[in-house]
Design a protein around this ligand. Sequence first.
Ligand SMILES: [Zn+2]
Ligand SMILES: [Zn+2]
Length: 168
Amino acid sequence: MKLDITSILKNNGGTISIQLEEALEDLETSLGTVSFTGPVSFTGSVTNNNGLLKLTGHAKVTYSTVCDRCARDFERELVIDIDEEIIEQEETAEYSEDDRFTYSGNSLDLDRILADCILTSIPMTQICREDCPGLCPICGAEISEKGCNCENHDSIDSRFEVLKSFFD
Ligand SMILES: [Zn+2]
Ligand SMILES: [Zn+2]
């Protein structure tokens, strides 16, 4: 949503509390194996700090993805802390080194900021659970489920054992 910030722009120290839940257009396409499955909820506030807006709060969204180790689909909830400074966009500014978010006029594009913060917080690796043992390197079966008949899940280690005996 576009937040109307008229009430705090001329009021240094003024705050608007925000509580919203909505589907963000920017999150409708999937990102690699990640696709968002629900609306984003955000609870927080925006405060005018001498013309600099400070957006703080928590955003929450769920996504589905595929485990990097066992290739199983799973769903995860992502909760992120948001603490962003937002500066007024200068009419004349072309390219700027400043990578802070901007606002112009009396509206703040909250959707863009939330979508950006969420997209940059998605973990690079997706593991269904901390101790997911993954797939058998020999037959490709899920070790976590029913296992498989391959005996040498540690074949590499046993080869080292053989080597070691040479040096003994
Ligand atoms: Zn897994
Ligand atoms: Zn196997």
